[in-house]
Design a binder for this molecule. Structure first.
Ligand SMILES: [Fe+2]
Length: 194
């Protein structure tokens, strides 16, 4: 089994960039396990599908960070973006009004991903400006690498803004959420060890 070149290149850039910035909680060990497991290739998965909210993607990906590994990561996402399969999730009373039309997630590796597998999930979230993602939780532990402005919270904490290149850990079943600023889309990469 081989992996499409564009996806392999993105992993080669993304996983080291995540590991270099992972200092929170169990993120270093979690990302080490994910990186090791990702050397095994899963099955071919989802075909491309876009959504209207993806009009914000060009703006989210237009960034040219000073850090060369992050600049390479944005370039890799620009190349991979035509292959992505975007999906929405359900909202609830904690989500902003119009949430359904103003967010999308794309799985790279994982259930429903470009590469179908169950052991790890690697994906991205895109929120239009002013959008608040619902409080949510899941059993797998999670590490975020934030790639835009925008705020996050976990365990009912105050909102915090990691900034571009910021990383944090979400423990299993910990309630967490994110929200975009009024002026810019939120774009973030996440990795879960299932
Ligand atoms: Fe999550």
């Amino acid at each position: 089994m081989t992996r499409p070149e564009t996806l392999q290149h993105l992993l080669d850039v993304a996983l080291p960039a995540m590991q270099a910035r992972a200092h929170d909680g169990d993120s270093p060990a979690s990302l080490a396990r994910i990186t090791e497991a990702s050397r095994t290739v899963g099955n071919p998965g989802a075909t491309p599908a876009s959504l209207p909210v993806c009009n914000w993607l060009d703006r989210a990906l237009a960034r040219e960070p000073d850090a060369s590994d992050l600049a390479a990561l944005f370039a890799a996402f620009r190349t991979l973006s035509p292959l992505l399969r975007w999906r929405t999730r359900t909202g609830d009373s904690t989500a902003s009004e119009g949430f359904a039309d103003n967010h999308a997630n794309a799985m790279l590796l994982g259930p429903g991903g470009l590469e179908e597998r169950r052991d790890l999930w690697l994906g991205i979230s895109l929120l239009a400006p002013g959008t608040r993602y619902p409080d949510h939780q899941h059993a797998p532990e999670e590490t975020y690498l934030v790639l835009s402005p925008g705020q996050f919270r976990r365990n009912g904490s105050d909102w915090f803004e990691p900034g571009v290149g910021g990383s944090f850990f979400v423990a299993p079943n910990s309630v967490h959420a994110m929200r975009a600023t009024k002026d810019a889309p939120l774009f973030a990469l996440w990795a879960l060890w299932a």
